[in-house]
Design a protein around this ligand. Structure first.
Ligand SMILES: Nc1nc2c(c(=O)[nH]1)N[C@H]1C(S)=C(S)[C@@H](COP(=O)(O)O)O[C@H]1N2
Ligand SMILES: [Mo]
Length: 329
């Protein structure tokens, strides 16, 4: 499938070295911003400021050094001009509560996650339920690169060159039946591998989509970023990437997928239903009850930028025609 988003970003315009300015000051600012957001999932404000981050090699150098389990199809046609966020920031400023609530904790602790062997069980309302091994998946779908914006509900954002494949054709393999109105996803839940799982949120981490949202060509499953294997802290070996929704919808380290007739329960909605809706579409006009969603801080930038409806992906708007986005946040 060929996808041509209306506001995409050009892979060839990756100029990460230009974004390395005063990392310390920038992270300190983020830490300060985080104070007001602590219960949104930011955890300990200022963690990022305390973390001593070494200067990183360029993303291209790191990718070349690390190798990958896949060969990337870089022919994906995308035009645009937003610079991807440096690899070091994308992989050291994370939300992955199974490994702690501090932004730097997933990078420190997610090495205990074993990503092989790994399989994903797909079932529920479908005619061809099954289990697929992660390495078979790599053979089934050639990976393509999608440079997507990612906007966290906490008010920060990044731009990431993801490597993966469209969610729709993957789901279609399992032949969802006419009762399949929704798709539910769950993360591995293993206290041995995930020392912090069991705290703060209802577990396992679960997310869900309406089936037509899941089939939208922008919906993506990622297995890598910056041309190399997905680091554990970013959701290895397989995660959702839904660029028009707040980041918490993009569930990491998926082990289970189920087609359902009723709307599935989702983790953040269970935890605080008045703050985190099922849809969670990025929307500057609907504030979080405790803060504005009108602007965001792009990692690497000093000043806030305006947040765009559907995170700047208007091609999804038709999914929600007739839906009151204020009521269905
Ligand atoms: N299993 C799981 N998936 C998760 C989370 C989590 O805590 N656990 N955090 C979510 C949130 S709030 C965000 S913003 C993104 C962060 O993805 P990143 O760390 O790759 O930027 O992952 C989402 N997926
Ligand atoms: Mo988030």
């Amino acid at each position: 499938m060929r996808v041509r988003p209306q506001h995409p970003i050009q892979p060839s315009e990756i100029t990460p070295e230009g974004v390395y300015r005063d990392r310390r000051r920038f992270l300190a600012q983020l830490g300060m911003t985080a104070i007001g957001l602590a219960t949104a999932g930011c955890g300990k404000a200022g963690d990022a400021a305390k973390a001593a981050l070494p200067a990183a090699a360029s993303p291209a150098d790191q990718a070349a050094a690390a190798g990958a389990d896949f060969k990337l199809d870089r022919k994906t046609d995308m035009a645009g001009k937003e610079a991807p966020t440096p690899y070091q920031d994308v992989t050291h400023y994370n939300n992955y509560y199974e490994f702690g609530t501090g932004k730097d904790e997933p990078a420190q602790y997610a090495n205990t996650l074993k990503t092989r062997p790994w399989s994903v069980a797909v079932g529920g309302e479908c005619d061809a339920p099954g289990q697929v091994g992660i390495d078979d998946l790599l053979k089934l779908f050639p990976l393509e690169e999608r440079v997507y914006r990612h906007r966290c509900v906490e008010g920060w954002s990044i731009v990431v060159p993801w490597d993966g494949f469209a969610l729709g054709p993957f789901l279609a393999r399992f032949k969802p039946n006419s009762r399949a109105k929704y798709v539910s996803f769950s993360t591995l839940y293993d206290a041995k591998q995930m020392p912090q799982a069991g705290r703060v949120l209802p577990w396992p981490y679960r997310e869900g989509l309406r089936i037509d949202e899941a089939m939208h060509p922008l919906a993506f499953l990622s297995m890598g970023l910056y041309g190399r294997n997905l680091p554990n802290q970013n959701g290895a070996p397989l995660r959702l990437t839904l660029p028009w929704k707040y980041g918490f919808k993009s569930i990491k380290s998926i082990v289970g997928i189920e087609f359902t007739e009723q709307a599935p329960q989702t983790t953040w909605n269970l935890s605080a239903p008045d703050e985190y809706g099922f849809y969670a579409n990025v929307n500057p006009n609907v504030d979080h009850p405790r803060w504005s969603q009108k602007t965001e801080r792009r990692l690497g930038e000093l000043f806030k930028r305006p947040t765009l409806l559907f995170n700047g992906y208007p091609e999804v708007a038709s999914l929600y025609s007739g839906l009151d986005l204020r009521a269905f946040y």
